[in-house]
Design a binder for this molecule. Structure first.
Ligand code: FES
Ligand code: FES
Length: 169
């Protein structure tokens, strides 16, 4: 196990870009993403794992960035909401108005993206359970849910039209 002390320079892979940052070993991934890299999509809400506003993808899995240290993520692929620009999920949130103040939105977009990548056929119950990891104080969740449903419909069309499915592979 590597031991860190004082200030250290580390390399993180964020949104497919290699980023060198000088940090303290106790810095959370969330604080480094926001304060050192200037990616302010992930939000500091509760900072104890309850609200999901800080959610990012680590090697494709949704992780609350307030609960993991930056040094724990060296060598992993980190994706923030900025890296999901123009994806079907991000566009669906715009189309369906899946936000009001927007504080929770990055977390929802990232978590919904992970859901549809892992489970494109997710049932209503599975979507509800998965998205329980995120809290919204404004929307009543209806626009958010419509956005996820729309993104799921787009995802299914994409999958049906993929060469593998068309060729029965
Ligand atoms: S800020 Fe990370 S879960 Fe709330
Ligand atoms: S849109 Fe305001 S907290 Fe969700």
């Amino acid at each position: 196990m590597v031991k860190y002390s004082g200030y250290v320079e580390i390399e993180l892979l964020v949104n497919n870009e290699s980023c060198h940052v000088v940090i303290q070993p106790s810095d959370t991934l969330l604080s480094v993403i926001r304060e050192k890299l200037g990616l302010t999509g992930p939000k500091m809400g509760c900072e104890n794992g309850d609200c999901g506003a800080c959610t990012v993808l680590i090697d494709g899995k949704p992780i609350k960035a307030c609960l993991t240290l930056a040094v724990e993520n060296i060598g992993k692929a980190i994706t923030t909401v900025e890296g999901l620009l123009n994806t079907n999920v991000q566009k669906a949130f715009v189309t369906e108005g899946g936000f009001q103040c927007g504080f929770c939105t990055a977390g929802f977009v990232v978590n919904a993206y992970a859901l549809l990548e892992a489970h494109p056929d997710a049932s209503e119950e599975e979507k509800t359970n998965w998205l329980n990891a995120n809290l919204c104080r404004c929307t009543g969740y209806e626009g958010i849910r419509r956005a996820v449903d729309l993104a799921q419909a787009h995802k299914k069309v994409l999958l049906q039209n993929s060469p593998k499915v068309k060729n029965g592979l």
